[in-house]
Design a protein around this ligand. Structure first.
Ligand code: NAG
Length: 306
């Protein structure tokens, strides 16, 4: 057997081995592309969060954003109540690693004088000044809905879930799993709200039959903003659906829901509304010493972002 022949045999055996390994390898290289994302569709959740400048704002946003980092396919729409986008929120979002859209619109305070519900106005304390702030978030949520409609019209995938989120509530990751199940409008209980341990839809035979609310129970939908989510496509089907300045406090939820559903059509989630997966927590207003009472006219910490 000549040397040349042996070499040919080796090459043939080598090629055969390569072909055998290629076809019978239990983990071919292209398998890694077949991930669950491709096979199971996960609708995008659009979380709409109005926010305004205050001492605890960054603390609240930090807590919320770190929950949201654990939610798959989440798009955060943050709307500042301000004439200009603030550096604090802009930098905060940039550093967050979340998919987000940053918007801003100033609440027109002059409009409030015609609205009787002064009870939703808070006395706001910034580091250096205090002012009245009316926390209804109407303009901010409506701006987010305008953005969402434009975005969905341009997107190939018009599906999704819209959830209105306060920046200081507490959200279990499970509530996001629940809302991805909705067809039109899903509802679930909200903890510590409306003067109750839990405010919730009452469910009979898998259908919503009423509500347990005691605060303004005559509302068409006596539920908190945190207690429902809406199929995003419905916002394209109902282009006029939006929040209104003309309704009294506590009626914003009813104002938006009336466009999409009726009580009997609500989809009770969180095990037929028996589980609390979101809490209407409120951050206590911090009390700090007024800068005018401090020794230094310009405190040495004034350049530190809090
Ligand atoms: C909700 O209640 C209905 C009717 O009693 C029942 O068929 C269904 O399995 C329940 N769903 C869950 C998730 O518990």
């Amino acid at each position: 057997m000549s040397f040349v022949n042996i070499k040919k045999q080796y090459i043939a055996i080598g090629m055969l081995l390569f072909v055998v390994l290629f076809f019978f390898n239990s983990k071919p290289a292209f398998q890694c592309q077949i991930t669950p994302e491709v096979t199971t569709y996960l609708p995008t959740i659009y979380g709409i969060t109005p926010t305004y400048a205050r001492l605890a704002q960054k603390a609240d946003l930090t807590r919320l954003s770190q929950t949201l980092m654990l939610v798959k396919n989440f798009h955060w729409i943050v709307i500042e109540d301000s004439e200009k986008k603030t550096k604090l929120v802009e930098n905060f979002l940039k550093e967050s690693t979340l998919k987000y859209t940053h918007l801003n619109v100033k609440t027109n305070s002059s409009k409030h004088s015609t609205v009787m519900d002064i009870n939703i106005c808070l006395f706001k304390t910034d580091t250096f000044n205090t002012s009245w702030y009316c926390a209804s978030g109407v303009e901010q949520r409506n701006l987010a809905l305008d953005w969402l409609r434009k975005h969905l019209k341009q997107s190939e995938d018009k599906r999704g879930v819209v959830y209105f989120m306060d920046d200081d509530n507490t959200y279990s990751l499970k509530v996001f799993d629940e809302m991805r199940k909705i067809n039109k409008v899903g509802v679930w209980p909200v903890g510590i709200v409306g003067g109750m341990r839990v405010e919730m839809p009452l469910v009979k035979d898998g259908k919503v039959s009423g509500y347990n609310a005691v605060w303004k129970p005559f509302r068409p939908f006596p539920i908190d903003m945190a207690g429902f989510a809406i199929n995003a496509t419905l916002f394209l089907e109902h282009p006029n659906a939006m929040f209104s300045r003309k309704v009294q406090s506590g009626f914003q939820e009813s104002e938006i829901l009336k466009y999409f559903t009726k009580t009997e059509d609500l989809e009770p989630l969180a095990e037929n509304c028996t589980k609390v997966l979101v809490w209407h927590t409120r951050t206590q207003k911090p009390s700090i010493i007024s800068p005018s009472k401090l020794k230094h006219p310009i405190p040495p910490d004034s350049h530190i972002e809090v």
